[in-house]
Design a binder for this molecule. Structure first.
Ligand SMILES: [Zn+2]
Length: 205
């Protein structure tokens, strides 16, 4: 048995909290603290990890019922998958908005192409776009769409509005812009996901 497995087994037996460094990309990690080992699976050479107190209860069989389970799954998505998703997407897009190229990390989000609730709306980089807050919200609200050929479309009624600089420069001038893409081919948006999402945008117009 590997020495690190001995240490992990001891942490499991004593129910000690651990820090988990989740790999975001090569050499880049996102720390998760505290996490607990909730099951030892020696045959598979793995441990099951709980990322919060609520999940710990589910794993030890102390809470039951579909509703609670769904709640815990949602929490896990929010607390574990979303920060990792954001970090991976921002890294792939070199920390800029794919539409307006804004580089203020505190104003950037990882937007889902197919939303969280969609069966294929997984928190993986090809289902993500690095967008600033305003473009993320506008994309989610179908004020903007992204065509499968990666060109931005702005809803007709938004193009016809007359208002201040945020509308003019922030939204209307995005029409016809081609997305800035990650250098790595496998990190680029999934065309099928874009096409499906674009249909939703078109129907809402
Ligand atoms: Zn932007």
């Amino acid at each position: 048995m590997h020495p690190e497995n001995v240490a992990l087994r001891r942490a499991y037996e004593r129910a000690l909290p651990l820090i988990w460094f989740v790999a975001v990309s090569q050499g880049v990690y996102l720390p998760r603290f505290p996490v607990w080992l909730v099951a030892d699976e020696p045959c598979e050479l793995q441990f099951a990890v709980a990322v919060d107190g609520a999940q710990r209860l589910v794993s030890t069989g102390r809470i039951a019922g579909d509703e609670q389970r769904r709640y815990v799954e949602r929490l896990t998505r929010l607390r574990l998958h979303q920060p990792v998703f954001r970090a991976r997407v921002l890294q792939a897009y070199e920390r800029q908005c794919a539409m307006c190229r804004l580089r203020h990390v505190s104003l950037l989000d990882a937007a889902h192409i197919l939303p969280d609730a969609h069966p294929q709306g997984r928190p993986v980089v090809p289902n993500g776009l690095s967008l600033c807050k305003i473009h993320h919200a506008a994309y989610d609200a179908d004020l903007l769409g992204v065509r499968p050929d990666l060109v931005v479309d702005v809803r007709r009624d938004v193009l016809d509005e007359i208002d201040g600089p945020m509308l003019r420069h922030g939204l209307q001038e995005m029409a016809g812009i081609r997305l800035q893409l990650p250098r790595q081919r496998e990190a680029r948006p999934d065309r099928a996901a874009l096409a499906e999402r674009y249909e939703v945008f078109r129907m809402s117009a």
